[in-house]
Every structure is written in structure tokens, then in C-alpha cells.
Ligand binder design. Structure first.
Ligand SMILES: Nc1nc2c(ncn2[C@@H]2O[C@H](COP(=O)(O)OP(=O)(O)O)[C@@H](O)[C@H]2O)c(=O)[nH]1
Ligand SMILES: [Mg+2]
Length: 302
């Protein structure tokens, strides 16, 4: 994935500086470059803005045409630009939770996202991580809608040997979440991980339900789970959940599969929220920190 983009950037620049270019040629190259970005699953908006910016930059600047490191200089230019328009903040939820807990508080994380993106699995991965760090997580199922949702999360909790809380099917998910917080207080649990229903992200009832849960439990951090394999739909999901519910960071799942990593750039670009972690497999230990800086470098320089 990253290789094809890195080499296309280089071949783009090598064409560009073999001769002096007219506006028309610059425009054609801009379009070609934009297409390459889109092919790498980078959102159209970003690909468009990015290629326009680079073309404008090249129009203005003078470069020694026979310089051997010119491509590197320009890839560096592209890197600087990309990092200036993307959120590069790195998120460490173990550190954040530990800080809150050490002051006697509790840390609440709400997981939102479309069906099948990996919400429950990722929640379980976080639960394992917090447990390993000596914190006391509680897994909460605030999905009272989808058949099997409660049993599925309960299964994860028992596999991890951790406490679990849920209501009954048909109950108001916000009141289940509220009761779960009370339960955690009575049982000395300090990291509360709240799973929510998925359905289609265009579902108005779901958005209202999620907003209500969020209002009731006031999470310290809300995570949007996005499946890296869903391409453009991932961008739409990020837009919709941001507008109707709001979130603090994104976890991209299925980053292990053969993805064209552009989804990482596009979802973060459209929402202006950082990618905190990525899911790299189906095992509980398959959760990694994400650094946009390292990622962009890898994408452009390899
Ligand atoms: N390969 C891979 N599969 C994942 C990852 N995260 C979740 N899955 C799988 O995706 C499927 C849906 O996950 P689930 O947690 O049930 O999604 P939910 O409907 O959002 O709760 C399951 O088969 C998971 O094992 C990941 O990072 N990599
Ligand atoms: Mg689920």
C-alpha cells in the first residue's frame, strides 16, 4: 500500500522536473496525482486540496532541474503539508485513565460506530490493556437492541475474566449505561467501557439514542470505531457520527488486512480527530498505538 503511493509521488515529481511545464501540463499532472491518492483510498476532498496545493507550490518555486535530490525535497514538501492539515496529536488512553484514577476518579470510554466495524472486539482489547496496567475495567453492554449483543460482550468479559454489566433487551440503553456507572462505583471499578448499538449510521433513532447515552454518562473519551476496509463509507461514517454524536478519537480496525492505508488519512482529515489506536487482528492483544507522523512518513518515503 504505502510503497505504491511513495513511488507514485516520486514518479510524479520526476516527470514534473524533466522539462518546464505549461499550466495545462501542470493541471494534468495534478489530476494524475489526485487520482493516485484517491486510488490509495484517500478521501476525494483531501486528494483534491492536496494536489492543488502541491501544484500551486510548484508554480511558485524555482528548483535546479538537474539536482539529484529534488524528488526528496518535494516529497518532504508534501509531508510537511500533509502533517499541517492532519491531526497529529498522539493519544494514550492508559495514561489518561491512570491519571484520572490516581486522583480518585473513574474513567469512562464510550464506543460508537456502525455495525460490524469491531466495536465489541476493540472494547475487549482495551479492557485487557487496562487490566494489564493494574486498572479495574468494567465491560458494559448498552446495546439492548440487537439480538446476541449482550451475550457477545459477556463472552468477551468471561474470556478476560473481567466484570460485566448489561440490562435487558428492550430497555432504555441510556438508563442501562447510567446504572452501570452506579454499579462500578459500588464495586470499586475504575475504567468503564461502554459498548453501544450499531445499525446503519444513517439511522436517526440510533443517533438520538447515542446522544442520550453520552449526555447521561458524560464519557471522558468517546471513540469512533471505523473499519479500514470500508473505504469511502468510512469517511461518511466519520462525518455522520461527528455531526450527530461527536467523538474524541478514532480507532481503525482491520488494519492487519491488505488495506490501502489512505483510510487513516481520510477519516482523520474529514473529522479533524486523531487516530488513537489501530486494530491489527482478532486477538485481544492486537491493538496498537497510532502515530500520524510515522504513518505519513512511511506512506511518502517508502
Ligand atoms: N482482522 C481483524 N478483524 C477484526 C478486527 N477488529 C474486529 N475484527 C472482527 O470483525 C468482526 C466484527 O467485530 P465486532 O466486534 O463484533 O463488531 P461490532 O458489531 O462493531 O461490535 C469480528 O469477526 C471481529 O473478530 C481487527 O482489527 N482485525
Ligand atoms: Mg458489537
Amino acid at each position: 500500500m504505502s510503497k505504491s503511493l511513495g513511488s507514485s509521488v516520486k514518479s510524479f515529481f520526476s516527470k514534473l522536473f524533466s522539462k518546464k511545464l505549461s499550466d495545462k501540463e501542470l493541471e494534468e499532472l495534478g489530476d494524475e496525482f489526485k487520482l493516485k491518492l484517491v486510488e490509495n483510498d484517500i478521501a476525494y476532498d483531501l486528494a483534491d486540496v492536496f494536489s492543488k496545493h502541491i501544484i500551486d507550490e510548484l508554480k511558485e518555486r524555482k528548483f535546479p532541474i538537474f539536482s539529484s535530490n529534488i524528488q526528496n525535497v518535494l516529497v518532504e514538501e508534501a509531508k510537511q503539508y500533509l502533517l499541517s492539515v492532519l491531526p497529529t496529536e498522539e493519544v494514550d488512553l492508559v495514561k489518561d485513565a491512570s491519571n484520572v484514577v490516581s486522583l480518585g476518579g473513574k474513567f469512562i470510554i464510550m464506543f460508537i460506530g456502525s455495525n460490524g466495524t469491531g466495536k465489541s472486539t476493540t472494547l475487549a482489547k482495551f479492557a485487557r490493556l487496562f487490566k494489564e496496567e493494574g486498572l479495574k475495567p468494567l465491560l458494559v453492554c448498552a446495546d439492548t437492541f440487537r439480538a446476541g449483543a449482550i451475550e457477545q460482550l459477556k463472552h468477551h468479559a468471561s474470556a478476560l475474566n473481567l466484570p460485566f454489566y448489561s440490562g435487558k433487551y428492550g430497555e432504555d440503553p441510556a438508563s442501562v449505561a447510567y446504572d452501570a456507572i452506579k454499579f462500578s462505583e459500588h464495586n470499586n471499578l475504575n475504567v468503564i467501557l461502554v459498548d453501544t448499538a450499531g445499525r446503519a449510521h444513517v439511522n436517526v433513532n440510533l443517533m438520538n439514542e447515542l446522544r442520550k447515552i453520552k449526555r447521561v454518562i458524560e464519557p471522558n473519551h468517546t471513540i469512533l470505531i471505523v473499519d479500514a476496509l470500508t473505504g469511502n463509507d468510512a469517511v461518511e461514517q466519520a462525518r455522520t457520527f461527528l455531526e450527530f454524536v461527536g467523538f474524541d478519537s478514532i480507532v481503525l480496525t482491520k488494519f492487519d488486512a491488505d488495506v490501502k492505508g489512505g483510510a487513516a488519512i481520510s477519516v482523520s482529515y474529514v473529522s479533524k480527530k486523531p487516530i488513537s489506536y489501530v486494530g491489527t487482528g482478532q486477538k485481544y492483544s492486537d491493538l496498537r498505538h497510532f502515530s500520524m507522523k510515522s504513518y505519513v512518513c512511511e506512506l511518502l518515503f517508502s
